[in-house]
Design a protein around this ligand. Structure first.
Ligand SMILES: Cc1cc2nc3c(=O)[nH]c(=O)nc-3n(C[C@H](O)[C@H](O)[C@H](O)COP(=O)(O)OP(=O)(O)OC[C@H]3O[C@@H](n4cnc5c(N)ncnc54)[C@H](O)[C@@H]3O)c2cc1C
Length: 404
C-alpha cells in the first residue's frame, strides 16, 4: 500500500510541469483551429508522441505509480490546454485499458503497443461498446460474436455508435454478445487487428464540443478475427458462460463496465482541467474588466462566484485523487470512482458556464475560449457513464441493493 498524500513527489511535480508546458506552448495555441476544423489534430498528436506524452511508455509509467496520482495530475494539465485535443491524445487509453484489464499478459504485450505505435509512426486505438440502441444499458448489446469452430475464428456483426477514434483507429476493441440471453454475463471483448476486412467507419458525428476528437460509427460486417483475439481466451469465456447459465443474469458484471470503472478518475481529471482553465481565465478577466468605475471582481456577486468556482474545483480534485489512490490501493468501496467523475463533470459544466457569465458578451463569442470550454465540458456528464448512471453506481454501492 502506498501512503495517500496531498504532497506530490518530485517525479509527479516534474511530470505535472512537463505536461503543463506542452499544454501551454503546443496544445492551447492550436485549440481554436482544430475546434473550428472539427478534424483529428494529427500534427499535435504526433508532437505529443515525439516528446513521449502520447505512447505506451508514458501510460505504463503513469499506471505503475503506486499512488495512482500521476495519471490524473498529467491529464488535468493536458485538458487545461484543451479538451478536444486532450481527448485526441487520451482516447487510445480506453482501448489499451480494455486490453490490459480483460486480456491475458501475452495479449496485452501483443496488442497494447499496437494501439499506440511509435513516435515516428503513430497509431490509434478505439474501444467500441455503445450502440445506437444501447448506451447506458450496456447489458443489451446487439452486436453478435459467433464462434466458427472449424476455422477457430470469431465472426462479429453489428453497429457501434459514438466511438472515439472509430474507423480511424488501427486497433479496435469490440464488446459483443456471445449469448445475448445472458445479458452482460454473456458478453466478451475482441481485438480487431489493423486492416481487418469487414470493419468500416459509418457516419462521422458533428458535435457540440471536443470537436478535435474524432467520433464515428463503426460497422462490423462479417468481421472475422482469429480465436486468439478473444480477450482472456476461450477457456475463461466458456467457464464464465457456464457459471452464468447456472446463476442467471442477476448481479451481472459486464466486461465494459470494469474498464469504465477503472478509468473514471481519469475522466474526472479531464473535466477538472477544463474547469480550472475556465476559472483561471475568468479570475484574471474579473480583475481587469471595469464596470461602474471599478473592476468587476469588486462586486460580491462576481467575487463569490469565483470563490464558489475554486471551492468546487478543489473539492473535485480531492475526490479524483482519492479515487485514483483507491484504484491502486485496495479498490473502491462506495463508488468512489463514480463520485469523482460525477462531481468533476457537473462542476466543469457549471464552472465553465459561470466563466461565460463573468466575461459577459465576450464570453459568448468565439473570440474568447470560455464558450469552447463550456461546450467541451458538457461531454463529461454523458460519456463513460452519464451523471445519472454514476449516481446509480454510487446508490448501489452504498446500499448493497440492486437498485434498478
Ligand atoms: C463524444 C462521444 C464520445 C464517445 N466515445 C465512446 C467510445 O469511445 N466508446 C463507446 O463505447 N461509447 C462512446 N460514447 C457513447 C457514450 O458512452 C454514450 O453516449 C453514453 O453512455 C450514454 O448512452 P446513450 O447516449 O445511449 O444514452 P441513454 O442510455 O439512452 O440515456 C439517455 C438519458 O437517459 C438517462 N438514463 C438511462 N438509463 C437510466 C437509468 N437507469 N436511470 C436514470 N437515468 C437513466 C441517461 O442518464 C441519459 O440522461 C461516446 C459518446 C460521445 C457523445
Amino acid at each position: 500500500m502506498a501512503d495517500f498524500s496531498l504532497q506530490l513527489s518530485e517525479d509527479q511535480l516534474q511530470i505535472q510541469k512537463w505536461v503543463h508546458d506542452f499544454a501551454e506552448s503546443v496544445v492551447r495555441p492550436a485549440a481554436h483551429e482544430w475546434d473550428e476544423r472539427e478534424e483529428f489534430p494529427w500534427p499535435v498528436v504526433q508532437e505529443a508522441a515525439k516528446i513521449g506524452l502520447y505512447g505506451l511508455d508514458f501510460m505504463m509509467n503513469a499506471m505503475a505509480d503506486p499512488t495512482g496520482l500521476t495519471l490524473p495530475v498529467a491529464v488535468e494539465e493536458l485538458f487545461w490546454g484543451d479538451g478536444g485535443i486532450g481527448m485526441a491524445i487520451m482516447g487510445t487509453g480506453l482501448s489499451a485499458a480494455a486490453i490490459a484489464g480483460n486480456g491475458t499478459p501475452e495479449q496485452a504485450m501483443e496488442w497494447v503497443p499496437q494501439c499506440y505505435g511509435t513516435a515516428d509512426d503513430v497509431k490509434l486505438g478505439a474501444f467500441c461498446v455503445s450502440e445506437p440502441d444501447a448506451g447506458s444499458d450496456v447489458s443489451s448489446l446487439r452486436t453478435r460474436a459467433v464462434y466458427d469452430e472449424a476455422h477457430d475464428e470469431w465472426v462479429l456483426n453489428g453497429t457501434k455508435a459514438w466511438i472515439t477514434n472509430g474507423g480511424i483507429a488501427d486497433v479496435h476493441v469490440v464488446v459483443a454478445a456471445v449469448e445475448p440471453e445472458l445479458k452482460g454475463r454473456g458478453q466478451a471483448s475482441f481485438v480487431v487487428p489493423p486492416r481487418t476486412k469487414g470493419l468500416s467507419q459509418g457516419q462521422k458525428y458533428l458535435k457540440h464540443g471536443i470537436r478535435a476528437s474524432h467520433t464515428a460509427e463503426v460497422v462490423l460486417d462479417d468481421v472475422r478475427v482469429p480465436g486468439s483475439c478473444l480477450l482472456g481466451g476461450k477457456a475463461k469465456l466458456d467457464a464464465k458462460l457456464a457459471r452464468a447459465r447456472q446463476i442467471g443474469t442477476t448481479g451481472e458484471k459486464q466486461p465494459a463496465m470494469s474498464t469504465f470503472e477503472a478509468t473514471r478518475p481519469t475522466v474526472g481529471a479531464q473535466a477538472l482541467g477544463i474547469a480550472r482553465a475556465a476559472y483561471e481565465f475568468a479570475l484574471d478577466y474579473a480583475k481587469e474588466r471595469h464596470a461602474f468605475g471599478r473592476p468587476i471582481i469588486m462586486n460580491q456577486a462576481i467575487a463569490f462566484k469565483l470563490a464558489n468556482m475554486i471551492t468546487e474545483i478543489d473539492a473535485s480534485r480531492l475526490l479524483i485523487w482519492r479515487a485514483a489512490w483507491l484504484a491502486h490501493n485496495g479498490g473502491f468501496r462506495n463508488g468512489e470512482g463514480s463520485m469523482s467523475k460525477y462531481k468533476a463533470s457537473e462542476v466543469a459544466v457549471r464552472v465553465t458556464e459561470d466563466a461565460i457569465q463573468i466575461l459577459g458578451g465576450y464570453g459568448y463569442t468565439r473570440e474568447y475560449p470560455v464558450e469552447r470550454w463550456h461546450r467541451d465540458a458538457k461531454i463529461h456528464t454523458i460519456f463513460e457513464g452519464t451523471s445519472e448512471i454514476q449516481q446509480l453506481v454510487i446508490a448501489r454501492a452504498i446500499s448493497g441493493l440492486r437498485i434498478p
